[in-house]
Design a protein around this ligand. Structure first.
Ligand SMILES: *Cc1c(COP(=O)(O)O)cnc(C)c1O
Length: 408
């Protein structure tokens, strides 16, 4: 039996996370299904950013490095992200971008087992991961082996130095079994570097329990840190003293303010800092992470599953031209739902014009992020109604929807 708008409202009324949406600024008339690409603005970010700019920077000036704790913010914020990913507080630090953190960890990890010469990754992995991997491999004298997803496990072997894998795929949402792949890699004597960009803040993660040793993740997606927010980096405790970042900046030095000529890595995770921490961006990310306060990730995930199932069911009933490419089983996917259609681009543009913001991923995928902190069941119901209307009316054929911008 199909679900009505009233049924969706009933689900919203019974949703224990319903009040969390009040933590966010959600523009009138917009159904935001792109929080997996750029998280919505937490209301607290506005006040926090203002305070950092006006009071901490404006009034307190340089004294804030000590008096307002700027200097430790990368570690403090890492410790706040740690429970979301199943890590210890001192195993996570916030620095640089995901791309840069990938570079640091690939090169650092490569040096641990120089006799192993292959960097393994997935064809169709997020492109920055593969681009960074190619550059890091060249510098670390590794051969980059990019293979189809279903061949990764079989390729883990005596030559594998490191496998660079994105836990939840940015396009289809397929998820690797972190426990199984980590164990396979370990049995082969190899390591895995997990990119958690589409997992952190959405999918339950237990890095420690999974035996994961290395990971990076994005600050501006589910963590709501704002455009270009700094990223995080995780190194398991037992590896920290053995890894040296190839970006030997002063902030990762054991004594940054001793101004010595020689590089001595800081103890622990701090050695993965390079330059001066971007305080404005870190403060915004801190407010983004605090938007999760009091919400167990398992509860978020339980709601994500329901949002996904509703979305998939309504599309199957009302929009038969859209083919769902995301796995139906929750344990095999992340928190977005993707569909293929030969005119995905135009459909996506027509939807945005209608206030339903999802995104297009080349060549033929339209993707919708399901962010349980601020998305409700009626939002999903209404979004699918508008998709149905656009498909049935053929409005997406309007030539203005075929015009491509720089960012799609
Ligand atoms: C979003 C994303 C990134 C982002 O990298 P930036 O350095 O922030 O541009 C990297 N990898 C994956 C898998 C992503 O989804």
């Amino acid at each position: 039996m199909s679900m009505s708008r009233a049924d969706a409202r009933t689900l919203d009324a019974a949703d224990p996370l319903r009040s969390c949406r009040d933590r966010f600024f959600l523009p009138e008339g917009v159904i935001y299904l792109d929080g997996n690409s750029l998280g919505a603005l937490p209301l607290a970010t506005v006040g926090r950013s203002r305070e950092v700019v006006e009071s901490e920077w404006g009034e307190e000036l340089i004294r804030s490095w000590n008096s307002r704790g700027w200097i430790d913010l990368p570690q403090r914020l890492g410790a706040k992200i740690a429970p979301l990913i199943g890590a210890k507080p001192h195993e996570v630090i916030v620095a640089d971008s995901t791309s840069v953190n990938l570079f640091k960890l690939i090169v650092a990890a490569a040096a641990l087992s120089p006799e192993r010469t292959v960097l393994l990754s997935e064809a169709g992995n997020f492109h920055t991961d593969l681009h960074i991997a190619s550059g890091a491999a060249a510098l670390a004298r590794l051969r980059l082996d990019v293979v189809p997803r279903d061949e990764i496990e079989a390729r883990l072997g005596p030559e594998t130095n490191l496998a660079l894998l994105t836990h939840v795929h940015f396009k289809g949402g397929y998820r690797f079994d972190m426990v199984a792949v980590t164990a396979l890699a370990k049995a082969a004597g190899a390591r895995v570097l997990w990119d958690l960009s589409h997992s952190a803040g959405a999918v339950p993660l237990d890095l420690n329990g999974s035996g994961a040793e290395l990971a990076v993740g994005c600050g501006y997606k589910y963590l709501n840190g704002g455009p270009g927010a700094p990223a995080f980096l995780y190194v398991a405790e037992h590896l920290q003293e053995r890894l040296i970042s190839p970006l030997r900046g002063w902030m990762g030095h054991a004594a940054p303010f001793a101004f010595t000529d020689d590089y001595v890595p800081a103890p622990g995770i701090a050695r993965f800092l390079a330059g001066t921490p971007p305080i404005l961006g870190l403060a915004a990310l801190e407010a983004g992470v605090e938007a999760f306060a009091g919400v167990p990730i398992e509860q978020l995930w339980a709601k994500s599953i329901k949002l996904f199932d509703l979305f998939a069911q309504l599309v199957a009933e009302r929009c038969p031209d859209l083919l769902c490419i995301s796995p139906p089983e929750p344990e095999r996917r992340g928190s977005h739902i993707s569909f293929s259609h030969p005119h995905a681009f135009e459909i996506c543009q027509a939807l945005i014009a209608d206030g339903v913001i999802g995104d297009f991923r080349a060549p033929d995928v339209v993707r919708f992020g399901l962010t349980p902190l601020y998305l409700g069941f009626e939002d999903v119901w209404e979004a699918v109604e508008r998709i149905r209307d656009i498909l049935e009316s053929g409005r997406w054929r309007d030539p203005t929807f075929a015009v491509r911008g720089k960012v799609t």
